[in-house]
Design a protein around this ligand. Structure first.
Ligand SMILES: Nc1ncnc2c1ncn2[C@@H]1O[C@H](COP(=O)(O)OP(=O)(O)OP(=O)(O)O)[C@@H](O)[C@H]1O
Length: 255
């Protein structure tokens, strides 16, 4: 049996904006894995995901999505990716149904494939009642959920989300979390950035911590605890310990 390729593999990824934002990042995520990328403000999380999404050109390094070299074949890689930024762009004059039709059209999906998938996503995310209302009056949670439905319409293999739960009420956050868990059960790899450490603690199979553009620690919570002084600590304690002043050059990353 041939081994399944990683859903995402980064090798020695670099990006500088004058100052280093991503500095030799290596990362591998399995199909069906839920991976949380943590880091302080400015650590390089969004820059990393934007490079994978093809929105930024790396200075150096390799990006493989589902075995496809994203720098050589960006279109094939993008077809396998969904990218949900922290402030997704919706078209206010469109309804959720129209928005999904529009996004499906961009992917060249046939109506008979896109229609049922859009219906299922809207029902699943509790947007069915609002499917014919314009997005302009939507709350942040409804906008996030509409954008998530749009991100999933083309059945991606790698779902990347930047701060997807920030500002959502408990009900909307639960619907998004349940949806993400369902995706991983279906074999989709999920990578998300979050400052809500409880989300990473509860949902992630593995957690990567980056500081100054480098992966300084990686593993499940038990492994991260073992790298930290306080071994019974919460993820918040571990995170603050590993990213604290003077620490991140010494905490070695290991799976
Ligand atoms: N387009 C850009 N031009 C110049 N500098 C940038 C640009 N994008 C990011 N940076 C810089 O790169 C570094 C990493 O930023 P990035 O947005 O990736 O961090 P982050 O970990 O996502 O932070 P946050 O948690 O605040 O979203 C920061 O120093 C930031 O100022």
């Amino acid at each position: 049996m041939t081994e399944q390729p990683a859903a995402l593999r980064l090798r020695n990824l670099h990006k500088s904006f004058g100052k280093k934002a991503v500095d030799g990042l290596d990362l591998a995520i399995r199909p069906g894995e839920f991976y949380a990328l943590l880091g302080a403000n400015g650590a390089g999380k969004t820059t990393t995901l934007r490079m994978v999404a093809g929105l930024l050109q790396p200075d150096e390094g390799e990006i493989f999505v589902d075995g496809i070299d994203a720098r050589n074949d960006p279109i094939a890689a993008k077809r396998r990716i969904a990218w949900l930024p922290d402030e997704p762009l919706l078209y206010d004059k469109l309804t959720p149904l129209e928005y999904l039709e529009f996004v499906a059209g961009l992917w060249g999906m046939k109506a008979e494939e896109a229609g049922p998938r859009a219906d299922a996503l809207l029902r699943r995310l509790n947007l069915w009642e609002q499917r014919n209302q314009r997005c302009e009056g939507f709350s942040r949670g409804m906008r996030q959920k509409t954008a998530l439905a749009g991100a999933l319409i083309h059945a991606p293999r790698l779902l990347m989300l930047d701060e997807p739960l920030t500002g959502l009420d408990a009900g909307a956050a639960r619907q998004v979390k349940d949806m993400l868990a369902e995706q991983t059960r279906a074999g989709v790899a999920v990578i998300l950035t979050t400052h809500i450490l409880e989300v990473a603690e509860k949902l992630a199979d593995r957690i990567g911590i980056i500081a100054e553009g480098r992966l300084i620690a990686e593993g499940d919570l038990a492994h991260l605890r073992s790298l930290s002084a306080a071994q019974t600590a919460s993820l918040e304690d571990v995170f603050l310990d590993l990213t604290g002043p003077g620490r991140h050059s010494v905490a070695g990353a290991a799976a």
